[in-house]
Every structure is written in C-alpha cells, then in structure tokens.
Design a protein around this ligand. Structure first.
Ligand code: MG
Length: 368
C-alpha cells in the first residue's frame, strides 16, 4: 500500500443555522481533510476541529499545523494506521490532528483491501438510531418550534445545550410540551462547578437520559462527587481523551455513560478501545457529533454501529447542518441513518461539490 502523495484540503461549509453553545456560536463548518493518494486508491480523513479552540484546546488551524509539521513527517510511504498510532504515541495531545491522519490511512488501506469500515470495526447494526443536538435558543417559542421540527423529522432523541441561567426552564418547557416519553438529555459543556450540585439536582425530576459534562474537563473528582449528589446519570465528553482516562473516570465513579468522539480521543482505533472497555463493564456509550461533513459522518456511523452503542447518537441527517453536503448526503429514514457498506468509509467528497467550495490544497512531502 504505497502512498504517493498526501494533501491537506481546506475550505468551509456554511451551517444552515448558527449553532449556539455555552462556549460560543458556530456559523460555519471549517473543513480540513487529509487526502492520501496511491497508485490504485485514495483515502480521505476529516478533522473534527472547529474554528476556535473553545470545545477543546485544538482548532482547525492548530490541527493543520500539527498535521503538516508534526505528523506527516513521521510517515513513510508504507505506514499503516496502526503503525501511525505507534509512531505518534510519544507525541502528547494533538488528538484531532492525529485522528484526521489516522482516518485517512484507515480509509486508504481498507479501500485497498476491499473492506468496509463497519466490517473492519465489527459493527453489528446496519442502521443507527439518530439523535439531534439543539443549541441554546433565545426564547421558549423558538425552543418549542425547533424541537418540534426535529421530532417531526423523526429524530429519536433530543439533546438540549444548557448553561447557567438557561437550564432548568428549557428542560421543563420541553418536557411539558413534548411529554414524558421523549428521550431527552442535556449538555453543559463543562459550564458548572460542584457548588451548583443543589441547582443541578433540580433536573432529576425530568427523567433525563443523562447530563453531559456538567463540570470542567479536568475535574474528575468533582464529577465523582456530583454523581453522589444528583440522580441524573453523568456522561463525560470533554474529560475522556483516551481509554486510560475512560478507565480512571469509571473506576472513580465520575460517570456512568460515555460520549465517544473519535476526534477527541485521537482516532477511531482508540475510540474502539473505549467502546470495548465500556461494553465489558456494561457502560452505555453513544457517538457525539462535531457537525462533521458526510465524510466524518460516514466513519462515525460505522463506529456507532458497534454493539455497545446502546443510546442514540448525535449523528443527524446532512441537512440538519448543511444545505449541500460535500459527500452524498445522509438521509433520516424512520429515525435512523444507514451505516455505509462501501469500501473504506463508503463516502468520498463529491469532486464537483468540493471544487465549488474553492478549497485550498497543500501538497505535503512524505519522508522516503
Ligand atoms: Mg458534549
């Protein structure tokens, strides 16, 4: 599997509506693809990083820099995804940058082997129940309208972004408007402290599936203590950057659910390890979204088709985020998204769509 060239492809795709969370507003999906090219095949990997380093310390510019200057120089023309993990194991951080390179290598080698990513991972489902994340809304009317629209589309679970001062009320409104059977969860993106435990315990009466990342990402002790003080299950997102941190968090009782995002943990191979750990302990997991384009969405769907993903994932139809996706779009069918069965990730950027976005393409040198 000789790699002849690697390109970094950058552009951006406007979101159909701004996405507002406790850490800021996103209006565009910055696109950073790693494109691996060989004589007979090519592979594509999408970087999950956003335009600002608000969700984690990485952003799309820092990832592009790390990929070009730290990661690609470690490759040879025959490096596999598994070898790449070993080569970069002593390089701290750079999770989303590593994940993008690993993804491109995986897509490339699986296409050469004629194997789908779902088959490679050991997926057991051919479709994945789809949930939707709802950003902070300016008022009750907008909240009800937005949630109602997504439920009409068929989404099976709703996740509300909340923040201090805008938390109990939106949950109460959605529960009273849409009933007790709605699968509902909240995400605070680490915007509370342990002192807020009495306040957060007010969420217990709403029978939420979980509260995601209530405290700061480095506050595992706080989460373990909070878990004793509230009944709503705690799910960790930002705190979990590896299978090692997942194991520590579970051992400490800091969470009882984990949101697995491949970009956040350095790639799909690490994500699979976290899945396997959680499955062995009967800890439910689900796949978070970073409003990826169809390329990243395709790969995430294969991951979310593993048996331990027992909660609906934040993997929505393409049109939830984009007017025109860069790949063949994903459609919601009866509340599910189909898991791609083609070779590799089963989706590649459509040349005419990508060209229309006037991407900036940088050729990178692979050491011989
Ligand atoms: Mg989250």
């Amino acid at each position: 599997m000789v790699i002849e060239r690697i390109e970094l492809v950058r552009t951006q795709l406007p979101l159909v509506e701004p996405f507002v969370t406790s850490y800021g507003i996103e209006t565009n999906r910055p696109v950073l693809y790693v494109h691996v090219i060989g004589a007979e095949e090519e592979g594509w990997g999408e970087c999950a990083a956003l335009s600002h380093s608000l969700y984690t310390s990485e952003d799309v510019d820092s990832c592009a820099h790390a990929i070009e200057n730290l990661l690609i120089p470690l490759l040879s023309p025959t490096t596999t995804a598994q070898e790449f993990i070993t080569l970069t194991s002593s390089l701290q951080g750079h999770y989303m940058a590593k994940a993008a390179v690993e993804a491109a290598l995986l897509d490339y080698q699986l296409r050469l082997q004629g194997v789908s990513f779902a088959a490679f991972l050991g997926a057991t489902q051919t479709r994945v129940p789809s949930g939707v994340a709802v950003g902070l809304q300016p008022n009750a009317e907008s909240l009800i309208k937005t949630v109602g629209r997504f439920l009409k589309d068929g989404y099976q679970r709703v996740k509300l972004k909340i923040e201090p001062g805008n938390d109990i009320e939106p949950v109460q409104i959605v529960r009273s408007e849409f009933g007790s059977k709605l699968l509902l969860q909240v995400d605070t993106n680490g915007s509370y402290t342990l002192e807020d435990a009495p306040h957060l315990s007010q969420l217990d009466e709403f029978d939420l599936l979980l509260i995601e990342q209530p405290l700061a990402e480095d506050d595992l002790m706080g989460h373990a203590e909070l878990a004793k003080r509230i009944h709503t299950p705690i799910c960790l997102d930002e705190s979990i950057v590896s299978v090692a941190t997942a194991e520590i968090a579970l051992d400490m009782g800091a969470c009882s659910v984990i949101n697995i995002k491949p970009g956040r943990v350095g790639g799909f191979l690490e994500a699979k390890k976290i899945h396997d750990l959680c499955l062995s302990r009967s800890i439910p997991v689900w796949c978070g979204g970073m409003f990826e384009t169809g390329l990243g969405r395709a790969a995430n769907l294969a991951l979310a088709a593993l048996p331990g993903f027992t909660l609906p994932s934040d993997l929505s139809a393409s049109r939830r985020y984009f007017e025109t996706d860069i790949t063949t779009p994903f459609e919601l069918i009866d509340g599910f998204l189909e898991v791609p069965q083609g070779h590799g990730f089963g989706r590649t950027p459509l040349p005419e769509v990508l060209a229309g976005l006037a991407p900036q393409v940088t050729s990178l040198t692979i050491p011989m």
